[in-house]
Write a protein that binds this ligand. Structure first.
Ligand code: DX5
Ligand code: ZN
Length: 218
């Protein structure tokens, strides 16, 4: 299995202190930052877009911005997110008709391409061709749209199915993940762990980040 990566979701941070919050996560041992982009269309909420990512990138230029695009028409934002300093462009399979050409477009802009599936989408919806072209697969463990939701355990078998098909691929889990739910995610084979509330709400994020990493690594 590929190495453990912890990607704190800044959706759970104080947006008024965004750069300081990002620096706090890096100090706590995070190598990636998970940026939840919502458009008020694919999901009901609106969060942030390229202008905010540009500011974060300026404040913390060396961090890997893991952009989770909860948007309709994901083709539309590839250039803006690349210009903003995005490193991973993870789109929802449910939002596009042509995932292969989108992955190509993302790679042309020198970003990694991720393919996300919502709780009601089966793992088999990700074809071998799409998965092989992508750099990462994201199994949502809540319905996309907001932070702080309860972990949906029935999504976990999809992680195991994808890990069996793609032993070397980065597989991310996102939604309701924390010290209590990391065990089943790690056992199923996910190695990229998104956590918002569990990390930002902790007294000491360093301890939680380390705990999540250790659980995946053992
Ligand atoms: C949900 C987002 C998640 C969310 C995770 O739509 O994609 O990234 O912010 O937050 P927690 O860990 O609080 O569930
Ligand atoms: Zn997310």
């Amino acid at each position: 299995m590929p190495r453990a990566i912890i990607s704190p979701s800044v959706l759970a941070s104080d947006f008024g202190q965004l750069t300081a919050e990002c620096k706090r996560m890096i100090k706590g041992g995070a190598e990636w930052l998970h940026m939840d982009v919502m458009d008020g269309h694919f999901v009901p909420n609106i969060t942030m877009g390229a202008p905010i990512l540009t500011c974060v990138h300026k404040g913390v230029p060396d961090i890997f911005m893991d952009c989770h695009m909860m948007v309709s028409h994901p083709e539309k934002w590839v250039d803006d997110i690349a210009d903003a300093g995005g490193a991973m462009y993870c789109f929802h399979l449910e939002a596009t008709e042509n995932p292969l050409s989108l992955i190509e477009k993302i790679h042309e802009r020198n970003m990694k391409a991720g393919v996300a599936i919502s709780p009601d989408t089966p793992s088999t919806a990700i074809s071998d061709e799409v998965a092989n072209a992508a750099d990462m697969l994201l199994v949502m463990t809540v319905y996309p749209g907001r932070g702080g939701q309860k972990f949906i355990e029935r999504c976990v078998p999809k992680v195991a199915e994808l890990r069996a098909r793609f032993p070397e691929k980065d597989i991310e889990v996102d939604g309701g993940v924390g010290p209590k739910t990391i065990g089943v995610c790690a056992d199923a084979g996910s190695n990229v762990i998104v956590a918002g509330t569990a990390i930002f709400g902790a007294e000491d994020p360093t301890v939680v980040i380390q705990q999540l990493k250790d659980t995946v690594n053992t």
